[in-house]
Ligand binder design. Structure first.
Ligand code: AHR
Length: 513
């Protein structure tokens, strides 16, 4: 986690008036947006797992085998494709055998990274795999390289995925699960350059090769996808070393972590609720750095892997603010405002633009931590503005990216330009329907968008709008629907031309059939 640098953007084309022109090349659909780009991350951190997901079977909060029903239902409505667990930094201190067997007999540990609280290991392998089953999503498990051994990692994969009469598979059966599970993705360490062991890339590259040797495929029909720990933001040397020394045959993905801090200063990141237009703009400028960061890592990967075998896995992204006053600073609790919705929309548009290389992304984190989808307090639950962007954009999952040409105004911030309008469109490969999403970054100015769609005889149009009266608008337990999508009536279709009256500080989706 390094200080972030300001770099100029070259996306925007300044126009005299607040007008935007957009051309969609619907006749030239490109790469597919992998559903996993809409992935999530749940760590043993603060109230993400405990309280947000796991309440225990005896809780008065409605649950299925200890897992909150409201959280599962809300995430299912997002068509959640994949969930990463158990960390984060926690993963390199986690010993999986402490999290199996009767809960009352599981040993406790100290969660040294996150508040120094005692972890009772009540949520372990069986509970996580039950959760992904309830969600109907894929499992992405991160193994322990920092303080673990290749044997421990090998045995975990055997425990999870082997159908044989083998020691670990039989231990799983003793613990109540006969059939092996499918684990589609496995991470070999997390942030090995930092909390995962403070390693240099040359050392980690060798360690990855060693540990990965013991991540076996016990189920030929469901091979485990292996992800190596990748770079911290702009550490392009890390990617260079990994691609050269590990190479495309030994890994399926290489991760990237990049967080958005309003100030770029880890000592004083900025408030999640108390901010003005200055921090609105600096937050959006910093989140747009994702474009240059992904582009540069991709170019390095292209050199070593021109066939794009290895995915760039952005398995931690999102806003990171100062902790909410009165909360445990180690719990990383923050509110989630309309600004976070704009951040989410902008990042998805960047991921779509790099769909050939970015094959998964996992926002940090699912419940009660950082840029969460859901906030809970005891039995209460609220969906955040970020949640609604995931919900509005879910039709992009599996869509083919439509090339577009965009001209829009821009806001100058120091030496960079922040485009007023950001857009992305995908085509459903089966129905041919187009989902166009638009983000207006201006806190005060709407934009008239003139859009031409080449290669589509459009007949029907429907739209949704997410905005609020204030840039700081949030959803609370008392007012849970302050920021919630409504039907959008500001778009008109005339043959192959669309005119869109895009409100200030908004996210809009249009479905064109
Ligand atoms: O998401 C919070 C933390 O951020 C993760 O545990 C770690 O990987 C990163 O530094």
């Amino acid at each position: 986690m390094k200080a972030q640098l300001l770099v100029p953007l070259c996306l925007a084309v300044p126009l005299a008036a607040a007008e935007t022109s957009l051309v969609l090349r619907a006749d030239q659909p490109g790469a597919t947006v992998r559903p996993e780009v809409y992935g999530h991350f749940a760590e043993h951190l603060g109230r993400c797992i405990y309280g947000g997901i796991w309440v225990g079977e005896d809780s008065e909060i409605p649950n299925t085998r200890g897992i909150r029903k409201d959280t599962v239902e809300a995430l299912r409505q997002l068509d959640i494709p994949v969930l990463r667990w158990p960390g984060g930094c926690f993963a390199d201190e986690y010993h999986w055998k402490d999290g199996i067997g009767p809960r009352s007999e599981r040993p406790a540990m100290i969660n040294t990274h996150w508040g120094g609280v005692v972890e009772n290991n009540h949520f372990g392998t069986h509970e996580f795999m039950d959760l992904v089953g309830q969600l109907g999503c894929e499992a992405y498990i991160c193994g322990n390289v920092g303080s673990g051994t290749p044997q421990e990692m090998m045995e975990w994969v055997e425990y999870l995925t082997s159908a044989a009469e083998s020691p670990m598979a039989n231990l799983r059966r003793e613990n109540g699960r006969d059939e092996p599970w499918v684990v589609k993705y496995f991470g070999v360490g997390n942030e090995s350059w930092g909390c995962g062991g403070n390693m240099r890339p040359e050392y980690y590259a060798d360690l990855y090769r060693r540990f990965n040797t013991f991540v076996k495929n016990y189920d030929r029909d469901h091979p485990v996808g292996r992800f190596a720990c990748g770079a911290n933001g702009r550490d392009f040397n890390w990617t260079e070393v990994m691609m050269e020394r590990v190479g495309p045959r030994r890994m399926d993905g290489l991760s990237l972590h990049w967080y958005t801090l309003p100030t770029g200063d880890w000592g004083r990141k900025g408030s999640s609720t108390d901010f003005g237009e200055d921090e609105w703009w600096s937050t959006l400028a910093r989140t747009l750095e994702m474009e240059e960061i992904i582009g540069t890592h991709s170019a390095i990967m292209d050199k070593h892997d021109p066939d794009k075998r290895v995915g760039l896995i952005v398995d931690e992204w999102g806003t990171w603010y100062d902790p909410l006053p009165g909360t445990n600073p180690g719990f990383l609790e923050q509110q989630n405002s309309l600004r976070d919705a704009i951040v989410a929309g902008l990042n998805f548009h960047i991921f779509h633009a790099h769909a050939e290389r970015v094959t998964m992304a996992n926002i940090a984190q699912t419940v009660n931590v950082l840029q969460a989808m859901i906030l809970t307090d005891g039995p209460q639950m609220v969906r955040t503005p970020t949640y609604w962007v995931f919900e509005m954009f879910k039709g992009h999952q599996g869509g083919q990216v439509i090339p577009l040409e965009l001209e829009t105004g821009s806001h100058a911030l120091g030496d960079r330009e922040i485009p007023q309008v950001s857009a992305s469109a995908t085509r459903d490969p089966e129905s041919g329907a187009i989902l166009l999403s638009l983000v207006n970054t201006s806190p005060t100015e709407g934009s008239e968008v003139a859009c031409g769609v080449a290669g589509l005889a459009a007949k029907e149009l429907s739209g949704r709008l997410l905005t609020a009266g204030e840039i700081t608008a949030i959803n609370t337990f008392d007012a849970p629907e302050t920021v919630k999508p409504v039907a959008f009536e500001g778009a008109r279709l005339d043959g192959a031309n669309l005119s869109i009256d895009l409100p200030a500080r908004s996210v809009v989706t249009l479905e064109i059939r």
